[in-house]
Design a binder for this molecule. Structure first.
Ligand SMILES: CC(C)(COP(=O)(O)OP(=O)(O)OC[C@H]1O[C@@H](n2cnc3c(N)ncnc32)[C@H](O)[C@@H]1OP(=O)(O)O)[C@@H](O)C(=O)NCCC(=O)NCCS
Length: 329
């Protein structure tokens, strides 16, 4: 085996330390496939001769065509944000129609989130997703990886060496009027002040998310209304809400426990009765789930968070109660 191929197919030691041996073996088998440089740029999908191109900021419409084709709710502006924060590939046919896509969003020098994996339905299960996934994984060599796997993607990611972290519950619906949760002693919910609160907010998110995603957070904050949970002179949690998909999304939302998460979410829900709102949560809490359902946001779907490399999400202290977006965590 060439040195370069060997390098690609061995899981970096930092990642391997925290992965079961079967997953490491699946990773090696997945990454080992040798493709020449020319083959890397070309792809035969059914009757189509496709070429693989790097995604750039001018490709929103193509990405949108793909996501609409698999009934994802993203607006063009949501995809602009993805293209601003991440990089990736699109397979295009001879007349530039998009057939498949995959992206990574790299954070710091040791972590990346993968997402936007879509193959147009009539061309699925022909090896395109596998090819593009291998490519984005090769771009992220040495980084811990995470993604949100739908049912149709799960097997592919498992084959690539990913292991499950937990279920993400996608709550959504038209919000019903709710009563304010019972007050929490000493807790104040107030607007985020970028001049005084930014460092504390970043520190909370870094703990809960497991990586310092300052650029991503700045992009969310610029598009969001954000409130913080203040207690004993310090920030204990925060929540953001921005336009997304069919309405709005609450996330990121970081809180110490259910009650604080409910207070932060209630701030937005009480002002938005009658609006379509979504919240994707990883926290397995019946209480928080029941609170959202009572507000009109039942569980619409579930996906599985998967990782390759270290488990980086916090399991103690402040937790991520609301994701910013499944493709970004
Ligand atoms: C997930 C997805 C991107 C895979 O792309 P693809 O081009 O079909 O991928 P491949 O052809 O390389 O197939 C990879 C594996 O997924 C399986 N697969 C593909 N489409 C599937 C589907 N709709 N349902 C279940 N499994 C599916 C294939 O059978 C294959 O498994 P195998 O190698 O064990 O036979 C594609 O199914 C898709 O766009 N799904 C809808 C959008 C989505 O859910 N994206 C995933 C986000 S995490």
């Amino acid at each position: 085996m060439r040195e370069q191929d060997k390098h690609m197919s061995e899981m970096p030691l930092s990642a391997a330390a925290d992965m079961p041996p079967e997953a490491q073996a699946r990773y090696s088998a997945f990454m080992q496939r040798k493709v020449t440089q020319l083959q890397q740029e070309l792809l035969q999908i059914d009757a189509y001769q496709a070429r693989i191109e790097k995604l750039d900021a001018s490709m929103t419409a193509r990405l949108h065509e793909l996501t609409v084709g698999v009934f994802w709710p993203h607006r063009a502006a949501d995809l602009d944000l993805m293209l601003e924060l991440g990089t990736g590939y699109v397979a295009l046919d001879e007349i530039d129609r998009p057939l498949s896509s995959a992206m990574s969003c790299r954070v710091g020098d040791d972590y990346a989130m993968l997402g936007m994996m879509v193959t147009t339905p009539r061309l699925q299960a022909q090896g395109t997703g596998r090819r593009l996934l291998r490519r984005v994984m090769a771009d992220c060599l040495g980084r811990d990886l995470r993604l949100s796997a739908t049912r149709s993607g799960y097997r592919l990611y498992q084959d690539a060496g990913f292991v499950p972290v937990g279920l993400i519950y996608q709550h959504q619906g038209v919000v019903r009027p709710i009563h304010a949760p019972a007050p929490m002693s000493g807790l104040e919910i107030r607007p985020f002040d970028p001049h005084t609160d930014l460092a504390a907010l970043r520190a909370l998110d870094t703990h809960a998310y497991g990586a310092a995603r300052d650029v991503m957070m700045d992009a969310f904050l610029a598009r969001s209304e954000t409130v913080v949970a203040w207690r004993d002179g310090a920030m204990a949690g925060f929540g953001s809400m921005r336009n997304f998909g069919k309405g709005k999304v609450i996330g990121p939302l970081v809180a110490e426990q259910d009650e604080m998460a409910m207070h932060l979410a209630a701030h937005f829900l009480m002002q938005n009765a009658g609006q379509f709102i979504r919240l994707d949560t990883l926290v397995q809490s019946e209480r928080f789930g029941a609170f959202l359902a009572a507000a009109g946001m039942g569980v619409f779907d579930t996906v599985t968070e998967m990782r390759l490399g270290r488990l980086r999400r916090a399991i103690t202290g402040p937790l991520t109660y609301g994701l910013a977006m499944q493709s970004l965590g």
